[in-house]
Design a protein around this ligand. Structure first.
Ligand SMILES: C[S@@+](CC[C@H](N)C(=O)[O-])C[C@H]1O[C@@H](n2cnc3c(N)ncnc32)[C@H](O)[C@@H]1O
Length: 284
């Protein structure tokens, strides 16, 4: 079965010399790159609205405990994964289709001495190949926006989670006002952006075998910066998007203010049996 368009994904998200660019930007911001902490790195490796604070919020919403086995799908440079390992004691496998992120993420994880808790692999969210042992948690933050076939995406998430395991998501979704104004962080135009409304998302995820424990609109709480000028040079958004970021931030403000895009954080439990399975027979 075919998966995502890996060359297109790598062309859009990937950048050469990324580790060096990140370290240079952090050094210029006054960080000691030979003794980096999770917090030092956070502006440069948490690639989603709300930054590290949003990751911590989501981890608390899910009630993550030490020892939890987490699969972070579309985990990018690994900022969220290192937070889950370093602050919440989780053991995290990061899968991402962008090879430069996987390489750079692994180097940053080693630099922070977290290689025992975080591993990085190239992989496609639509064709997860992560071994036979199911995970306790499937974590995914701002990573499904380029993926049209969301039914297949969430069915695949259910497949790699143990029954009772948690699907933990932060995801931009289509707001009540349409269309989306472009460019957005994940797409220059509508051809690469696939958002659905929160109600439709919740229905399709539940149909894939999940039951919602928490479903929260966090659009206002984790709003992005007021202006592009407020985004520092060592932020991942600036490092990856360069000058294109200014138009992205302007469109982002309009999309948020006019409710064209909303942000959801949610925790859903994988049901013991797929939602479509018939109820068990009772005897007697
Ligand atoms: C905005 S970044 C978010 C990265 C990370 N989740 C974070 O919050 O820091 C979106 C990520 O989704 C990844 N991605 C997009 N499509 C993917 C796919 N089909 N399979 C795996 N990763 C994908 C990109 O490579 C990129 O790293």
């Amino acid at each position: 079965m075919s998966g995502s368009d890996a060359p297109a994904t790598n062309a859009y998200w990937g950048r050469g010399g990324l580790e060096e660019k990140i370290l240079d930007a952090l050094a210029a911001a006054g960080k000691n790159v030979d003794a980096l902490t999770i917090d030092d790195l956070a502006p440069a490796d948490q690639f989603h609205g709300g930054g590290k604070g949003a990751t911590e919020r989501l981890a608390r919403l899910a009630g993550l405990k030490p020892g939890t086995r987490v699969l972070d799908v579309g985990g990018g440079l690994g900022g969220p994964a290192r937070t889950l390992a370093g602050q919440f004691g989780c053991r995290v496998t990061v899968v991402d289709l962008t090879e430069a992120y996987v390489r750079t993420g692994a180097a940053l994880t080693a630099r922070l001495g977290l290689a025992d808790g975080v591993t990085h692999r190239v992989g496609d969210a639509l064709a997860l190949d992560v071994g036979a042992e199911p995970f306790d948690v499937l974590w995914t933050q701002n990573s499904g926006m380029n993926i049209a076939d969301k039914e297949r995406l969430y069915a695949g998430f259910a497949r790699v989670l143990r029954p009772g395991g948690l699907l933990v998501i932060q995801e931009p979704m289509a707001g009540p006002v349409q269309p989306v104004v472009f460019p957005v962080m994940w797409a220059r135009d509508a051809r690469a952006s696939f958002l659905r409304a929160p109600d439709a998302m919740r229905a399709l995820i539940e149909a894939a075998g999940f039951q919602a424990r928490a479903w929260e609109d966090v659009t206002d709480e984790i709003a992005g910066p007021g202006s592009a000028a407020a985004i520092p040079a060592h932020s991942v958004q600036r490092i990856i998007m360069g000058e294109a970021l200014d138009a992205i931030v302007r469109a982002g403000q309009q999309n948020r203010a006019e409710r064209r895009i909303v942000m959801t954080q949610a925790v859903l439990e994988r049901r013991a049996a797929p939602a479509s399975a018939p109820p068990p027979r009772t005897s007697g």
